[in-house]
Design a protein around this ligand. Sequence first.
Ligand SMILES: C[S@@+](CC[C@H](N)C(=O)[O-])C[C@H]1O[C@@H](n2cnc3c(N)ncnc32)[C@H](O)[C@@H]1O
Ligand code: SF4
Length: 367
Amino acid sequence: MRGLYVHIPFCAVKCFYCDFTAFSGQRAQVARYLRALRSEAERHRGLAFDTLYVGGGTPSELAEAEIRELFGSLPGPYREATFEANPESLDAGKRRALRDCGATRLSLGLQTADDRLLSAIGRKHTWDDFRRVYEACAADGFSVNVDLMYALPGQTLEQSDRSVDAVLALRPDHVSLYGLQVEDRTLFGKREVEVDEDLARAMFESALDRLAAGGLEHYEVSNFARPGRQSIHNRIYWRNGEYLGLGCGASSYLSGERLANLDRLEKYCSAVEEGRSPAAESERLEGRRALGETALLGLRLLEGLAWTPELEAAFPEERRHIEAQGWARLHAGRLRLTREGVFLANRAFAEFVAPFRSHPQPAEVLH
Ligand SMILES: C[S@@+](CC[C@H](N)C(=O)[O-])C[C@H]1O[C@@H](n2cnc3c(N)ncnc32)[C@H](O)[C@@H]1O
Ligand code: SF4
């Protein structure tokens, strides 16, 4: 299986917590960017893909005609095609375009159902805006994922529980749940926002129980789905499969090579326009490092990772260390995260996987 990821780095405004490759005030660059994406896709003509994931940034910032243009420049069809959207920018015309173009799945960013908290984290929609858009998407027949965050500044356990319950009442196919990470370059980072880890733990534990009772199976550190509704595209990442990433800041893993594209809009567009590769860096993963990647990605899946003699020979100390810490358990040939391990991984995966880590992970793999 091979996946195609396309990055749309435009946002109406930047949320206070977000460190993704996403720019506000760059609408004038959209036409140029879509042309660059078309040229970059042409560089890989001949490759076939099972899944598509259009992520951001905010893909729903594209106008209806731009959505049609984007899909028209990509190969297809796909077994699963996901499009990320923010509630304030997904109207009926765009949903129609998405259906016509073969999108099967929408990922809607909610973060919290509390209007005051939404505005405190820089979001431009209310719970009601979200609910209306969610219902329209479900009525159109899309499978919908809802992004939720916890451990937000000033958030109480009750507020976090209420958000989870409000989302469950909509009966979504899929929920992604992330603990707030305070990133240096964001407004929260500059304000030195702090997270109360005990409260974060209580919110996460409570959310796990509620989501399970609501029929959503916890299948990956941050992801929950109804039976048969897991994300096929993201499973390709976690199983360390092949994917091509198109666009500013996107990364790829093809034929054993990891590549990361330039993450400045101007530099990315110029490179493609001049017929150069937009990759800023590339490295071939072999031997122990390739195994380490397989281990750190595979551990994210709650079904665990087949712990082969090859992995044991490469990482005996690391495996003993995370077992001794109580973060994972080896049983019947599989290494699986414990509840403690899952919580740590949801809060700060990069630190948790340090033993297996060989280089920074692309953001879209972790989210
Ligand atoms: C690519 S982002 C945004 C997609 C879309 N633009 C939106 O805002 O809904 C995917 C998700 O990552 C999560 N996220 C982004 N920054 C985060 C942070 N600093 N800590 C925890 N989760 C974060 C949010 O839940 C967000 O919806
Ligand atoms: S969370 Fe989404 S809308 Fe907010 S800045 Fe990040 S990518 Fe843009």
